[in-house]
Design a protein around this ligand. Structure first.
Ligand code: NAD
Ligand code: UDP
Length: 343
């Protein structure tokens, strides 16, 4: 990619959505917390290609410098190693607040730290937004609906979360992050946006991530048994990361402050999903059932009427298309390096 100032960047991704280049007067200074992670790095790519100035703040707990290395040295890009639990001073116009581990094995590794990241981290970023008058977008989650009794889930549903279970550090952390966001909006006039993100996958998911899409792809590529937790009848709805990035940027730049679901309503049982990946990658590979994990939601599917109505957004990629690209982008060297570190 050749930028308007003559610099050149290389991006390791097959699919590229069109971007509208901004005039200099439209350029924003944007902070992306957690920008070295899976979703964050794709968001950074898009914001950089649009011509914005982007500052990534990350403590590299689950993210890596490699995810954004192609921007290092670009005059519009900065990368800061910092923990969002500690205050951070900077002048910006927009804040995308993503910093938080998202995979169950990662957020359950140190649950207290996960709560601190969601609570103290979100307070710090909302405080920054209040001082700088920056617009603030929280990446919340479908997990705020817990093990839902309403299906599909609309934004008006209040959820069904076990407050003391192993997932609570993440679910309740995000719920309080939403509460904080709307408290700062009402009390301090902070201009806020809340995205409730449903299961997302794509290139750059770490092989050690532990979430179902990367686990199944890696297991199938290595010819190892695909591991289904429980009976496999639980469902998830998977969206491709480029659709999510579209939705996040649209939400940030529209005038809509209520929470918005961003997800692909294509719903699969985990068994069907395992068979689909196995059949695509390595049809001989067996599938095995392991014990279910505690409080695993039984079904999940977004109602995206709000995103369609207020953002004009709907997923453009099918799950199949996304999987093709994700499988093709899986780096065999990474597979070797993570031979024994699967969760
Ligand atoms: P990820 O683990 O790949 O990225 C999270 C990033 O945050 C990493 O770069 C990590 O190093 C950084 N981070 C974690 N704790 C931090 C801290 N205390 N200080 C600074 N940086 C910290 O996860 P992801 O899938 O890219 O998720 C990004 C955001 O989207 C998260 O907030 C997550 O809750 C939300 N989300 C993601 C999904 C999904 O399916 N990917 C679904 C719902 C919500
Ligand atoms: N899962 C599975 N095998 C795996 C990883 C996950 O069967 O190797 C299941 C998990 O129990 C859940 C679903 O896949 O029902 C999605 O899990 P993931 O960790 O990707 O995300 P979650 O939606 O649970 O946060």
């Amino acid at each position: 990619i050749v930028h308007d100032d003559g610099t050149v960047s290389f991006i390791h991704a097959k699919s590229f959505l069109p971007v509208r280049m901004l005039r200099a007067s439209e350029r924003q200074r944007i902070l992306v917390t957690g920008g070295a992670g899976f979703v964050g790095s794709h968001l950074v790519d898009r914001l950089m290609l649009m011509g914005h100035e982007v500052i990534v703040m990350d403590n590299f707990f689950t993210g890596t410098k490699t995810n954004v290395q192609h921007w290092i040295g670009h005059p519009h890009f900065d990368l800061v190693r910092h923990d969002v639990v500690d205050p951070f001073m900077i002048e910006v116009n927009q804040i995308y607040h993503l910093a938080c581990p998202a995979s169950p094995p990662h957020y359950q590794y140190n649950p207290t730290k996960t709560v601190k990241t969601s609570v103290m981290g979100t307070i710090n970023m909302l405080g920054l937004a209040k001082r700088t008058k920056a617009r603030f977008l929280l990446t919340s989650t479908s997990e705020v609906y817990g093990d839902p009794e309403e299906h599909p889930q609309k934004e008006t549903y209040w959820g069904h979360v076990n407050p003391i279970g192993p997932r609570a550090c993440y679910d309740e952390g995000k719920r309080i992050a939403e509460t904080l966001t709307y408290s700062y909006m009402r009390q301090n006039d902070v201009d806020v946006r809340v995205a409730r993100i449903f299961n997302t996958f794509g290139p750059r998911m770490s092989p050690a991530d532990g979430r179902v899409v990367s686990n199944f792809i890696i297991q199938a590529l290595k010819g190892e048994q695909l591991t289904i937790y429980g009976d496999g009848q639980q469902t998830r709805s998977f969206q491709y990361v480029h659709d999510l990035v579209d939705g996040l940027i649209l939400l940030m730049n529209k005038n809509f402050t209520e929470p918005v679901n961003l997800g692909n309503p294509e719903e699969y049982s985990i068994t069907d999903f395992a068979e689909m990946i196995r059949n695509r990658v390595s049809p001989e590979t067996p599938i095995k059932n392991l014990p279910a994990t505690m409080d695993d939601p039984k079904k999940r599917k977004p109602d995206v009427t709000r995103a369609i109505t207020y953002l004009g957004w709907r997923p453009a990629f099918s799950v199949q298309q996304g999987l093709e690209e994700t499988i093709e982008c899986m780096d065999p060297m990474q597979l070797l390096m993570h031979q024994n570190t699967m969760y």
